[in-house]
Design a protein around this ligand. Structure first.
Ligand code: SAH
Length: 395
């Protein structure tokens, strides 16, 4: 049965033809295809002004991004077999990248699966459905994941904030099998107990995998401060790789309790401080504390474009505080996962902080998101993570 059409205004198909997958509500010819006649998640065929097929996908009349393309092939409708096909292609990349099945299996738009994120923890999959269209396909997604990866369990962590933009309620659900409370994952020679039900996002930040590896050669014998530590992915790895002393700061008591368990699991000792990061950094400064390596891995300060001015200022203040805790010749690892805070802007903020403190910064290395979070070249929003490794010294 043909899908109902969603017709675009004249010339509004250009970005889609260049590879983007999103339709904004102001691009739709609402005289011919009124958006209000669709229910959230309805499948549609997206057509150019002249009726030419652009792609099939799903619609959400209540969202600014009112449709997303799932298929550009008129013979391939957005159904279970398409999901199986896409997941197989996604899986083949990850199997080439990693010897062990611990990674982001599907990264939304970049894997041709807009609205779906799946992390793999051995036999357990943790999925996030972030759009009404994917919510509608839930049964097919679960079946496709079962078919492609033969998991022991599938957990839906459908409690991400972005669901609000789609009018979707937050919930967590075991969709298949029985989900263990936690799983142990190994990274760069350290082991971590990860809580899948109670952790943040899907439980672990796979996107920083390569950036954490980049840190390791700087930490041996050093005094390290891990700010926004979560369960200790950076700090505990630093300790395992010979850091002389490690302190971790996070505002979440639950994360720090897990961090303490992870330190014990690796037989290292790490001090924790439950506090707002800005307060903790100020207190450490007042106490005259100094570190050889300071890691700043904050949550996104700029979630939407309109928050850019305030967010930029928060990054500047944070980096300035971090820098004030550095020894005379030391390393600042400064990350941002805000797409809207572009890499050059973050570097500018860091440089401004360095000048303010009359110090010299040398950029040694730059990292992005790991390869299991591929960037879609036509969709800038898929590039979000930056990590700068700066030597801060006085020349
Ligand atoms: N570095 C971690 C990921 C950090 S996620 C890793 O690689 O796994 C961001 C962390 O910041 C979360 O653990 C959250 O609890 C913490 N956080 C958020 N706001 C904070 C604040 N104002 N002060 C301190 N920690 C905060």
């Amino acid at each position: 049965m043909p899908l109902p059409p969603l017709i675009l205004k004249k010339n509004e198909d250009r970005r889609l033809r260049a590879g983007h997958l999103w339709v904004f509500s102001n691009e739709v010819d609402t005289v011919r295809t009124p958006l209000r006649e669709f229910a959230p998640g309805d499948p549609v065929e997206i057509q150019a002004h002249n009726g030419r097929f652009i792609g099939s996908g799903y619609v959400n009349p209540n969202s600014l991004i009112c449709a997303r393309i799932l298929s550009r092939d008129p013979r391939r409708a957005p159904d279970r077999s398409l999901l199986v096909h896409r997941l197989n292609i996604a899986l083949s990349l990850r199997e080439r990248l990693y010897a062990q099945p611990f990674y982001r299996l599907a990264f939304g738009e970049s894997d041709g699966l807009p609205g779906l994120v799946v992390d793999r923890y051995g036999g357990v999959l943790v999925a996030q459905l972030t759009t009404a269209g994917m919510e509608r396909l839930k049964a097919d997604i679960v079946a496709a994941l079962e078919q492609v990866t033969k998991p022991s369990a599938i957990l839906l962590r459908n409690d991400a904030g972005v669901r609000e933009l789609e009018g979707l309620p937050p919930y967590t659900e075991t969709a298949y099998g029985s989900v263990p409370d936690g799983v142990v994952i190994e990274e760069h020679g350290a082991r971590f107990q990860v809580s899948l039900n109670g952790g943040q996002k899907t439980g672990w930040f796979f996107d920083q995998h390569d950036n954490r590896a980049r840190m390791l050669r700087y930490v041996s014998g050093r005094r390290v401060l891990d700010v926004f530590s979560y369960v200790g992915a950076w700090g505990i790895s630093a300790a395992v790789h010979g850091a002389r002393e490690v302190q971790c700061v996070d505002s979440s008591a639950a994360a720090l309790a897990q961090l303490a368990g992870n330190a014990a699991l690796n037989k290292v000792s790490v001090a924790t401080r439950e506090a707002d990061a800005f307060d903790a950094l100020r207190e450490l400064r007042e106490a005259g504390e100094k570190f050889d390596v300071v890691i700043l891995d904050p949550p996104a300060f700029v979630k939407r474009k309109k928050d850019l001015a305030a967010g930029r200022e928060a990054y500047r203040r944070l980096n300035q505080l971090g820098m004030q805790l550095l020894e005379r010749d030391a390393l600042l690892i400064s990350c941002s996962c805000s797409h809207h805070m572009a890499a050059p802007e973050l570097l500018d903020a860091i440089q401004a902080a360095a000048r303010h403190l009359d110090r010299d910064a040398q950029l040694l290395e730059t990292g992005g998101q790991a390869a299991d979070h591929p960037v879609h070249p036509a969709i800038p929003e898929t590039a979000y993570l930056k990590a700068f490794y700066l030597r801060v010294v006085t020349l």
